[in-house]
Design a protein around this ligand. Structure first.
Ligand SMILES: [Zn+2]
Ligand SMILES: [Zn+2]
Length: 267
């Protein structure tokens, strides 16, 4: 059976500093879930725990107290509205939350690819070339998989985001530089650990002629047995209204079935 778009596990509210849109409320997100008959949605505002040093200016203010202002989340029968966050790792591979903090979240999306944050997520030296950026993409992924974390409630956010590069040409080149053998190794481990793989609405907004290059990693992930969830990564209500056809196209191109769907295990 074809994959049914019934989940969106990466959504921001006005609380995220890159949103600040008063209309992007938990209530508006619940409304989006109702309109699209979604069964599970997750609020994932940007987060860096105050107990971990090294927060950038962007992250410093977005601590647990800051993002907890959205609680309690509005609920509705038939829809699971999860409290989550979007976590990050800095260029010294320091994870922005201690292991015990995962207990406070239903779900965590891990952003390993914020390579636009030069100086924070990647050194300026590595950021200077496509080769350096591709190497850091792999290093951050590999390091994350070596950690001792509750992987059953973690998803990998926007792995093919345009944020990895400056410009479309460099972006596609970085994707080409990721060795297939390494991708099999990384996604094989993700499948083993039960980590969800995100199909991010921005990543999936590629031109038809770019499809094979962007989808390469996701096709490998599928072959490895990884499970997929949808992530609008919406910061504004108009984005929530626009994502359904994008997800439907990605589902078709990847030929996803219900067996490929990520199911959050509540343990
Ligand atoms: Zn992100
Ligand atoms: Zn996000």
């Amino acid at each position: 059976m074809r994959y049914i778009f019934d989940n969106d596990l990466h959504i921001h509210s006005y609380i995220s500093l890159c949103s600040k849109d008063e209309a992007q409320t938990p209530e508006a997100i619940l409304e989006y879930a109702k309109e699209n008959r979604l069964k599970t949605v997750a609020l994932t505002d940007h987060f860096w725990d105050a107990s971990v040093s090294g927060a950038s200016g962007f992250y410093q203010i977005q601590n647990f107290e800051w993002i907890s202002r959205s609680k309690p989340l509005p609920q509705c029968e038939g829809i699971d509205f999860l409290f989550g966050c979007e976590a990050d790792i800095d260029k010294d591979l320091r994870l922005g939350m201690p292991k015990e903090r995962f207990d406070d979240f239903d779900f965590v999306v891990m952003a390993l690819t914020h390579l636009h944050m030069v100086g924070f997520a990647i050194s300026s030296e590595d950021a200077a070339t496509a080769e350096g950026r591709a190497r850091v993409w792999i290093e951050r992924f590999e390091h994350f998989l070596s950690l001792d974390l509750p992987f059953h409630k973690i998803g990998l956010a926007h792995l093919a985001t345009h944020l990895i590069a400056k410009g479309r040409e460099m972006y596609l080149r970085i994707l080409d530089l990721l060795p297939e053998e390494k991708l099999y190794e990384l996604f094989g481990k993700c499948a083993q650990l039960g980590i969800g793989i995100e199909l991010n609405s921005a990543d999936m907004s590629f031109a038809d002629e770019e499809a094979d290059r962007v989808l390469k990693m996701f096709r490998i992930a599928k072959k490895c047995g990884c499970k997929f969830y949808m992530g609008s990564d919406a910061h504004h209500p108009d984005r929530l209204k626009a994502v359904k056809p994008i997800f439907e196209r990605a589902i078709d191109l990847l030929e996803l079935t219900e067996d490929d769907k990520y199911q959050l295990k509540r343990i």
